[in-house]
Design a binder for this molecule. Structure first.
Ligand code: AMP
Ligand code: GLY
Length: 444
């Protein structure tokens, strides 16, 4: 029986561990550091925040001492910091997650733009600019009736992309972006169309598709208003992208990425995440991430029927074969309950009531993110607190209803914040309505 170590502490990591614990091949799932939900049964937390660069030595020691068979790195930060490279150098090879050079696909938008260009992946036209003057010239040249998009080169926690209607707006946004994030700016053509997310599992040489599309909801408030967050909800499969579309993206986008890395002598192992837009000219890639999405992972794990350990084991051994994955019929929908104040400052330590009642609803799984165990109960410990996930064989409408029925059972004294329109008919219609062929995104 295998012992698995998961690096990370969010809802994504709880969902991955929950799924791995269902495998008969897995004896124990350890987390560095995990959260209030990643304890009990086969799950155990280590007193070690594995996302911190200074923790690398300790992670390697713990992998040896605990006899870990497979390590999975959940979030992007340790991947970009080179955790996988470090473990490889220590002789620890069974790690699911890309090496630092591949993690640049998420951490460096210039690198990602150039790699897509080299690999012939459909994307927005763009110019990598290294000074304000260059960016201003690119804005003047490339702004169309649809507008223009400015992207900072590095990670910016959802604050690094500005979608502008015209030159004036872009010229006003540019100095603010440069002041916060530096003068490397990707100036891009503004595309229009519904967005969806596609995932792949990579073994260093090839990628197999997660045969289901997802959509997430990035802003805090209903109607896609308010500040950007890590994600307030997600569901799959998305009606925007059929299974045939998933296969098309696999061929036109995912496979060329992994092959481009292979040509550079960089084996890509881990999850690969493509943020896509269905434009009037066909699907185009907006961005890549080098990990599973959070909260997309929560519905993804609920939908996966086959054994996740078998899949990860094959991936770290470099022997993935086509179609080892089976999915349940129907759909899953995750609604994130966040603390008051998120995505800014939040107050921790609020007692959470009703998780058990929510989980008593058949088809509901409550994944923990920002929670901590205190005595017999749970208290809040972070911005995104829980990912309440409904599954229904009948489909998305029913899955969403279950998630909301469950959310209604959960409370804290100051109250948790959540969107009421995750996977709603209005949001689905609005996302499809974006594809209005005028090149304009309708802002709610
Ligand atoms: P990214 O981090 O690159 O995925 O960008 C964040 C969000 O900005 C996306 O989810 C889109 O809504 C929007 N966006 C990014 N690039 C473009 C583009 N070229 N055209 C229109 N919208 C975009
Ligand atoms: N849900 C968006 C992300 O994980 O980046």
């Amino acid at each position: 029986m295998a012992k698995v170590l998961i690096i990370g502490s969010g809802g994504r990591e709880h969902a991955l561990g929950w799924k791995l614990a269902q495998s008969e091949q897995v004896s124990e799932v350890l987390f560095a550091a995990g959260n209030g939900g990643t304890m009990g049964g086969k799950l155990r937390n280590l007193p070690l925040d594995g996302t911190k660069a200074i923790a690398q030595e300790e992670i390697a020691r713990c992998i040896r001492e605990e006899g870990i068979d497979l390590t999975l790195v959940g979030p992007e930060v340790p991947l970009m910091a080179g955790l996988v490279d470090f473990l490889h150098a220590q002789g620890i090879k069974r790690v699911f997650g890309p090496v630092q050079a591949a993690a640049a696909l998420e951490g460096d938008k210039f690198f990602s733009f150039e790699l897509m260009k080299e690999a012939g992946i459909p994307q927005a036209e763009g110019v990598c600019c290294r000074s304000q003057a260059e960016a201003e010239a690119a804005i003047r040249t490339h702004t169309t009736a649809g507008g223009i998009v400015l992207k900072v080169r590095g990670l910016a926690a959802g604050k690094g992309v500005v979608v502008c209607d015209d030159v004036t707006e872009a010229m006003a946004a540019l100095p603010r972006l440069i002041a916060s994030f530096g003068s490397d700016i990707l100036v891009s053509e503004r595309l229009s169309g519904p967005e969806f997310s596609i995932f792949g599992v990579c073994d260093g040489k090839r990628v197999i598709p997660w045969e289901m599309s997802f959509q997430d909801h990035k802003t805090l408030l209903d109607g896609d208003r308010g500040p950007n967050t890590g994600g307030m909800g997600a569901f799959g499969p998305s009606p925007v992208a059929s299974l045939a579309m998933v296969h098309r993206i696999h061929q036109e986008v995912m496979t060329p990425v992994v092959e481009a890395f292979a040509r550079r002598g960089i084996p890509y192992t881990g999850f690969l995440y493509a943020g896509m837009m269905l434009t009037p000219e066909g699907p185009k890639a907006l961005e890549f991430n080098v990990r599973f999405g959070d909260p997309e992972c929560q519905p993804a794990m609920v939908m996966l029927e086959s054994d996740l350990y078998t899949l990860l084991d094959a991936a770290v051994e470099g022997r993935l074969v086509q179609a080892p994955m089976a999915f349940r019929a129907g759909a899953a929908c995750c609604v994130v309950l966040a603390a008051q104040g998120y995505p800014e400052e939040v107050r921790n330590g609020q007692a959470i009531e009703g998780i058990d009642k929510a989980e008593d609803i058949s088809g509901v799984t409550v994944f923990h993110a920002g929670t901590r165990r205190e005595g017999e109960g749970f208290v809040t410990h972070g911005g995104r607190v829980l990912g309440v996930t409904g599954y229904a064989a009948a489909g998305l409408v029913q899955a969403r209803q279950l998630a909301y029925d469950a959310c209604a059972q959960i409370r804290t004294e100051e109250g948790l914040v959540y969107r009421r329109d995750i996977a709603s008919d209005e949001r689905l219609a609005a996302s499809i309505g974006h594809n209005d062929h005028t090149g304009r995104k309708k802002n709610a």
